[in-house]
Design a protein around this ligand. Structure first.
Ligand SMILES: Nc1ncnc2c1ncn2[C@@H]1O[C@H](COP(=O)(O)OP(=O)(O)OP(=O)(O)O)[C@@H](O)[C@H]1O
Length: 243
């Protein structure tokens, strides 16, 4: 397989993963265009998290290839994959995994601080994102004193603060109440679209999937469907999912 064309930011070919002999992904292929919001939908256990972990370089598939632009992610050793994840990808999952000893703004600023950005600049960027997510007033508090919804908003801020090329969002609003769920999801998508950040969003909720430019469906680790959303959605015609 060759590297994807310029307008595909990510491409996966025939991804196959088994955990202790039990198949989790089977021959899944897809392409994600630069700047699109792609939903990966499917019921629990259908392989969504496993697919996102492969695409983001957290997990090397048993077989198959993952390309990020011209980089063969599947060919990289662990340090190079970790660098790629740190520098180019953001990740937000269903559990916030904030550092308990750090304040909300320090947690949100963490990707910038770890990459050597000046403290003042990192703090300003973190506070701006906390503001977008309506939790600026929590900036000096530690995770233990925040509500679950506030913690999840801080985690979203942390995933976006460094301006990733691709944001992987694995059921990012699953623990939230309906009103928080909608607000966080729409903020995440609006911010990503405004900045040209590609989003790969795993969800078992059809309403959430419908907010994306396009959805692909998994069932029992296999691609089940490809559903375009909205006439003229960016990337609709040029993206594909196949088994
Ligand atoms: N670390 C693991 N060890 C063993 N089996 C695993 C592991 N992670 C996932 N699985 C199994 O692989 C299959 C796919 O799981 P995966 O988490 O990718 O699906 P999912 O669609 O994201 O589900 P969920 O919404 O419940 O997270 C499931 O059968 C799951 O039990």
């Amino acid at each position: 397989m060759v590297a994807p064309p310029d307008n595909d930011v990510l491409k996966a070919h025939a991804l196959t993963v088994a955990y202790h002999g039990s198949p989790a992904l089977a021959e899944v292929s897809l392409a994600v265009r630069d700047g699109e919001v792609l939903a990966v939908s499917g019921p629990r256990g259908s392989g969504k998290t496993t697919l996102l972990r492969c695409l983001s370089g957290q997990l090397v598939p048993d077989r198959g290839e993952v390309w990020f632009r011209t980089t063969g992610v599947h060919t990289l050793g662990r340090p190079a994959r970790e660098r790629l994840r740190r520098e180019r990808f953001g990740w937000v999952g269903p559990r916030h995994d904030l550092v308990p000893e750090l304040t909300a703004w320090e947690n949100a600023a963490l990707p910038l601080l770890l990459s050597g950005i000046a403290h003042r600049t990192a703090r300003a960027a973190a506070l701006e994102w906390l503001g977008h997510l309506d939790v600026a007033s929590c900036a000096r508090r530690r995770p233990a004193s925040l509500t679950q919804a506030q913690r999840q908003r801080v985690a979203v801020a942390r995933a976006l603060v460094a301006g990733p090329s691709v944001l992987f969002a694995d059921e990012p609003t699953a623990p939230l109440h309906h009103s928080d769920h909608d607000h966080v999801l729409r903020t995440l998508m609006t911010a990503a679209r405004a900045r040209g950040i590609t989003v790969v969003l795993a969800t078992s909720d059809q309403e959430t999937a419908a907010l994306a430019d396009r959805a692909v469906a998994l069932l029992d680790g296999r691609a089940a469907d490809a559903v375009p959303h909205g006439a003229g959605a960016e990337g609709e015609a040029a993206c594909s999912l196949s088994v």
